[in-house]
Write a protein that binds this ligand. Structure first.
Ligand SMILES: [Zn+2]
Ligand SMILES: [Zn+2]
Length: 391
């Protein structure tokens, strides 16, 4: 089959690879219909995620049809149109049973990497390095899905492919950012980053009762989408001082909730020297992540407020304002998405017209155009929000 393979920093190639096979009785094979790029893939392209190997297939947000199933798969059938949650749960371990499936104990067959780096192993993720299990990704014609009964969700009538594909990852990640922040009616929420996850976080914050949501970014088209499609008040951090603007909007108190939908490769236009300090340290391998957004959230958030972090971080950060966080009494919530907990609820919101992720899809390309698609997504040219491949 055809697949889009990682071959090094900024080196993606369309290659012929072997078709996936059922390996375990709980597997299914999905024929991919749509597969989206994701901001977290850029960390792979830029070389910030270790344990990638040449030839690894990337991609983790996808929708397709089940074409084959193992003997232990009970609830799914050939021909089902499904989405698959990007982060794999087994459905049976203590964490999965508690609804925290992205903390699954069993879905990562290569736990040694994350155990060494983090103390405990992480869950497996499709197309996201050998530290996250070495699973083949979805930018391909077919993909193997383990623990399929737990990780695949049938797309209900009334939900289009273009809406459903984002229930793999972008929608539950944004939704969980709002959910774990404990938003209360009347809250003012500030969201850093207006890519797919940020857009979904804005809409979700309103669904949970936020009165005002402020969207912070530098790209005019993304700010415009945040305003027109998700109802946020836009703030261009290249034009205003974010701290001053947020304080002015809140009578000097600061936002109740700050959401980080950016992660480890934050731009630092407004933080000047600090950005170059982080950029240099990251390039020299002295610091793995650039935490400009995190630092700014600690500064801006109201005393006693909550920081909710869904932008991806991988390793160590430097110059973290722990004193401010402690003395302001901030609450930190963070994590990879537990999409298995949210998929049905998200489909329901979509069916009722309360959430429509389909506007994230700005470009539909064939798999052959994979390298160009990622280049466009990375440079954010042609108003690109998300490229979706139709193999
Ligand atoms: Zn993703
Ligand atoms: Zn599990």
């Amino acid at each position: 089959m055809k697949a889009l393979c990682w071959n090094g920093v900024n080196d993606l190639r369309v290659e012929r690879v072997e078709d996936p096979r059922i390996l375990n009785p709980h597997d299914v094979i999905v024929k991919v219909a749509l597969s989206s790029v994701c901001g977290s893939d850029l960390h792979l392209l830029d070389g910030y995620v270790p344990t990638m190997r040449p030839g690894d297939i990337i991609g983790h947000e996808f929708l397709g049809e089940i074409v084959e199933k193992g003997p232990d798969v009970r609830y799914l059938n050939r021909g089902d149109r499904v989405i698959t949650v990007s982060i794999i749960g087994c459905g049976k371990c203590w964490h999965c049973e508690n609804g925290d499936s992205s903390l699954c104990d069993n879905s990562n067959p290569k736990p040694q990497y994350s155990e060494a780096a983090y103390g405990h192993c992480t869950a497996g993720i499709f197309g996201y390095s050998h530290a996250f299990g070495g699973y083949a990704g979805s930018h391909a014609e077919y993909i193997r899905v383990p623990y399929a009964d737990f990780n695949c969700f049938r797309v209900p009538e009334g939900v289009s492919d273009e809406q459903a594909v984002f229930v793999s990852d972008a929608a539950p990640t944004g939704y969980m950012a709002a959910d774990m922040a404990g938003i209360r009616p009347g809250d003012l929420v500030a969201v850093w980053g207006c890519g797919g996850v940020g857009q979904m976080a804005i809409r979700s914050a309103y669904l949970m009762g936020a009165e005002r949501v402020i969207a912070i970014d530098r790209y005019p088209d993304r700010l415009q989408a945040a305003q027109m499609k998700a109802g946020a008040e836009p703030l261009d951090y290249t034009r205003v001082d974010v701290f001053d603007a947020l304080q002015a909007m809140t009578g000097g108190r600061g936002p109740d909730v700050c959401i980080d939908a950016v992660g480890m490769e934050a731009d630092g236009y407004d933080t000047g020297l600090e950005y170059w300090y982080d950029r240099t340290k990251q390039a020299m391998g002295l610091e793995s992540d650039r935490p400009a957004v995190l630092r700014q959230m600690v500064e801006c958030c109201r005393k006693g407020g909550t920081l909710s972090i869904v932008g991806v971080y991988g390793g160590m950060i430097d110059k973290f304002p722990m004193g401010a966080a402690m003395n302001k009494g901030l609450t930190f919530r963070m994590g990879q998405q537990h999409g298995q907990r949210y998929a049905e609820r998200l489909f329901e919101h979509i069916r009722k017209g309360e959430l429509d992720p389909s506007y994230l899809l700005t470009h539909r390309l064939s798999l052959e155009d994979g390298p160009e698609g990622y280049a466009m997504f990375k440079k954010k040219t042609d108003h690109c929000m998300r490229v979706v491949f139709a193999p």
